[in-house]
Design a protein around this ligand. Sequence first.
Ligand SMILES: Cc1cc2nc3c(=O)[nH]c(=O)nc-3n(C[C@H](O)[C@H](O)[C@H](O)COP(=O)(O)OP(=O)(O)OC[C@H]3O[C@@H](n4cnc5c(N)ncnc54)[C@H](O)[C@@H]3O)c2cc1C
Length: 305
Amino acid sequence: MDIREQLINACGADYVSFDEPMSKHTTFRVGGNADYYIRVSSLDQFVNGIRLLKDNDISITILGNGSNVLVSDKGIRGAVFELGKDFSDVSINRLEDNIEVKAEAGALLSNVGATLLKEGIKGFHWASGIPGSVGGAVYMNAGAYGGEIKDILKEATVLTKDLNVEVRDLDSLDLSYRHSALMSEEAYVLSATFVLEEGDSKEIKALTDELNKKRRDKQPLEYPSAGSTFKRPEGYFAGKLIEDSGLKGFRVGGASVSSKHCGFVVNDQNATAADIYNLTEEVIKIVKDKFGVTLEREIRLIGEF
Ligand SMILES: Cc1cc2nc3c(=O)[nH]c(=O)nc-3n(C[C@H](O)[C@H](O)[C@H](O)COP(=O)(O)OP(=O)(O)OC[C@H]3O[C@@H](n4cnc5c(N)ncnc54)[C@H](O)[C@@H]3O)c2cc1C
């Protein structure tokens, strides 16, 4: 049996595709094909698929909502596992002093936020507007408007390199600004448990609406992007450095530095991944020449550049 058939047997025909265009699965709307694409639907299915691919020395990439990645035009050799809507249960455990909310890795932060709003559980409103999954948010230690995953996370359940399921406490995940220990491990987030509090739905809604309005006002949400392209350098703001370097609207091919928010690179004219990559290279070079500050990409590069 060839590997395609074996993969279908291991993961289910409904969840497996081949030569899948990654432009369909990334918010930049660019990226070539992945050889194998598997939507995760259960732990067993995930483990079976990974075991098969590892036994065949096929490389593995994990994706959540694809909102912080730039996938090469050449695509991804090997397999991509998407932890998305088929792996997105959320459960709520009201304890005496607080509330524990456990969400599977594929749950979108917006959906978790909507559930918590309905339940009158506070402490998550800042995350609801981030267009990522729970797994991606833990991996990146996502944050916004003064909140960060590390402030509300109790623990994460991960699948280790050796295919064991392990509960990792907050300390062992080593979360800091857009960083987690998972970046240097081959371990995948299966679920996360957040510690939150009883709140008032009306107040939570008002806070969520206010932050979403701020996003709409300040961010170029009308174009495909991956949010802030660069990390905030110590003591500076990436967007301001870029603007002060005269790069507002600066363009390479179909990609440009947003005129609305210079921290965002946008795909506003049918960009290729190479356009976006080359634009970020230029921006890094020009900001370095002008201010001596080396910008680092926040977005994760996948494939060959
Ligand atoms: C318009 C816009 C606004 C944004 N605003 C913010 C913001 O305010 N704050 C912020 O922090 N980010 C922001 N982002 C970036 C992005 O949404 C976050 O980084 C988000 O946490 C990424 O989640 P994801 O599921 O899309 O991850 P993906 O893009 O799919 O993956 C990102 C990285 O995480 C890894 N990964 C994904 N899932 C798992 C898993 N289950 N286990 C292990 N590794 C995994 C991937 O391999 C990849 O390296 C924004 C993006 C956009 C497009």
